[in-house]
Design a protein around this ligand. Structure first.
Ligand code: URA
Length: 222
């Protein structure tokens, strides 16, 4: 796909699914949380599912776990504008319960399509659900975190979910260490892939054009 079309394709995809009625979560959600970030990102993060704040705002990782994610990105001199952040489920499970298998199976094609469009070199899976989905395994996160896997020409790096550090502060050190792995992988010359652009600046006119057409804030595309 032409790089210049990537943002447009993501926007169109968002518009096509934002009123999704494919599962029962559509009946309880406030907003579908498509994901946000850079359409040209080389690094993509995949969490579990939107929580309360994400559901209200339509943006991923805007609550306490999001603050941790921001801090971790900052620790490797990165920010949200350079990466793309999505979830396995696009809609909040009521009461933040665990995703159900049938919900994951219904929703997963949306994530796969996002990966297809963005074409990141590295996908960092946050926690059990995204790790098991993308690695097609039932193995637990503790045995997988910090290791890299090559799936379809991309690197997958499972790490703990940032929320883990909310409940066990000692996990923060592990997360920081794993974020250093992200930096190492991205700095290493051994990466292979076909992204030719990294976080290009988006002109203000891009936003003007989009205004009124879509909820740009919810899409949060850089
Ligand atoms: N936890 C997630 O997995 N995703 C979010 O968007 C927020 C919290």
């Amino acid at each position: 796909m032409e790089d210049t079309n990537r943002r447009e394709e993501l926007k169109d995809f968002f518009l096509g699914i934002k009123n999704c009625l494919e599962c029962e979560l559509s009946g309880t959600r406030t907003k579908l949380v498509f994901g946000s970030g850079n359409a040209f990102a080389e690094v993509m993060f995949v969490g579990e599912a939107p929580g309360k704040n994400e559901d209200l705002q339509g943006l991923p990782f805007v609550g306490r776990a999001g603050k941790i994610l921001d801090d971790l990105l900052g620790s490797i001199e990165m920010d949200r504008k350079q990466v793309f952040i999505a979830n396995v489920l696009k809609c909040r499970p009521p009461g933040n319960r665990d995703p159900k298998l049938e919900e994951i199976n219904t929703c997963k094609s949306y994530l796969f399509k996002q990966i297809d469009i963005i074409n990141p070199k590295l996908i960092c899976t946050l926690g059990r659900y995204s790790t098991q989905l993308l690695l097609e395994t039932t193995e637990g996160i503790s045995g997988l975190r910090g290791k890299t896997f090559n799936i379809g020409g991309r690197t997958i790096l499972p790490i703990n979910h940032p929320a883990a550090a909310l409940y066990a502060p000692s996990r923060m050190e592990i997360l920081e260490k794993d974020f250093q792995r992200i930096k190492e992988i991205m700095d290493s010359g051994s990466r292979s892939g076909n992204n030719s652009k990294v976080a290009p600046k988006i002109e203000p006119s891009d936003f003007e054009e989009a205004k009124g057409k879509i909820e740009e804030e919810q899409l949060g595309l850089f």
